[in-house]
Design a protein around this ligand. Structure first.
Ligand SMILES: *Cc1c(COP(=O)(O)O)cnc(C)c1O
Length: 339
């Protein structure tokens, strides 16, 4: 199967499974798991933060991040289509009584700073106090420019807000910009990183921040049921991923750009601005969208098909797979002239 639905579909490699099988473990709720401790230390080092916390999922990492930044009745500013507003089942509101203030992002994935400034509430009993700006990088595969992050950072310093980056795919941003992660994360107080997307682990995310912040986050992780025991088995996959699977993200980006070019050549409309990292969006008719998914599945390709279709490259699809995929799509188009 060629699976282009997401970069979460990757399977752990043999080498990663070896690392997991031989991991030294202990009870992490007691702080005794040396492999979890090593992963957290590595996450802290790479992000340039004092500390990091290992959590089972990105959703829980974002939830714990929000619970640690905001008290009940306080507010965070967030993108209208951000994962930690739209795709996390309202967790911050349900479990934290934290109010979101969603704002529309521009086409490049940034939320305009004047809109952010205008959404920060004055000290007035009518309003929920604004505590946090949450940005997402990459957002739909788009890389937030460093000068934008720098300005957002300056704005939050001036307005006394914290700045969180949902960096589920932040290593894709770092590789695309050809900078160290810390060059991006210097412009935030806290960030979350998914190990289970393009980096290829079966499970796991990191939340990085100051010592004091991570100490408080650890309590929220326990409360939300994320205190795992011999989690070194899972953390070993994370260490393996950070040591072996970061630089290779460039291959996924090159593959996405190559796919974009090939699809353009067979007449598929690419949604602007095209592939900046490992995510590509195309636009097609409702007629084609109604048929393509089943047609591809019967031929061994999995896609989430809609009039706007997202495809993601990752370490389990290579150039040959994509070549075959483009050939199939061309065949589909010749069998189904658009109505
Ligand atoms: C996938 C994703 C998450 C959540 O990760 P899970 O591990 O699936 O819970 C958070 N933010 C963004 C931007 C994501 O893409």
């Amino acid at each position: 199967m060629i699976d282009l639905r997401s970069d979460t579909v990757t399977r752990p490699s043999d080498a990663m499974r070896q690392a997991m099988a031989s991991a030294e473990v202990g009870d992490d709720v007691y702080g005794d798991d040396p492999t979890v401790n090593a992963l957290e230390a590595l996450g802290a080092k790479l992000s340039g933060k004092e500390a990091a916390l290992f959590l089972p999922t990105g959703t829980q990492a974002n939830l714990v991040a929000l619970l640690t930044h905001c008290q009940r009745g306080e507010e965070y500013i967030v993108g209208q289509k951000a994962h930690n507003y739209l795709y996390e089942a309202g967790g911050a509101a349900v479990l934290g009584s934290i109010q979101p203030q969603p704002l529309d992002a521009d086409e490049d994935g940034t939320i305009p700073l004047d809109k952010i400034a205008a959404a920060i509430k004055p000290d007035d009993i009518h309003f929920a106090p604004t505590r946090l700006l949450s940005l997402e990088n990459t957002h739909n595969g788009k890389v937030l420019p460093l000068d934008y992050l720098q300005q957002a950072w300056a704005l939050t310093r001036e307005k006394k807000l914290a700045l969180h980056i949902d960096g589920a795919r932040i290593f894709n941003a770092a590789v695309a910009l050809n900078v160290e992660l810390s060059e991006i994360s210097r412009y935030c107080d806290t960030l979350t990183i998914c190990l289970s997307k393009g980096l290829g682990t079966p499970v796991g995310s990191l939340l990085c921040g100051s010592d004091e912040y991570i100490k408080r986050a650890r309590r929220w992780r326990k409360m939300t049921g994320g205190g795992m025991r011999q989690a070194g088995i899972l953390a070993a996959a994370g260490i393996y991923a950070l040591q072996n699977n970061v630089q290779r993200l460039k291959e996924d980006h090159d593959n996405a750009r190559w796919l974009e070019q090939q699809l353009r050549e067979i007449g598929i409309e690419i949604v602007s601005p095209g592939a900046q990292t490992n995510i590509l969006f195309i636009r097609q008719s409702a007629y084609h969208a109604s048929l393509l998914g089943d047609w591809m599945r019967e031929r061994g390709v999995l896609m989430n098909v809609a009039p706007i279709t997202r495809m993601i490259t990752h370490l389990d699809v290579n150039r040959d797979d994509l070549q075959r995929f483009v050939g199939l799509w061309q065949q589909f188009l010749s069998q189904h002239p658009d109505k």
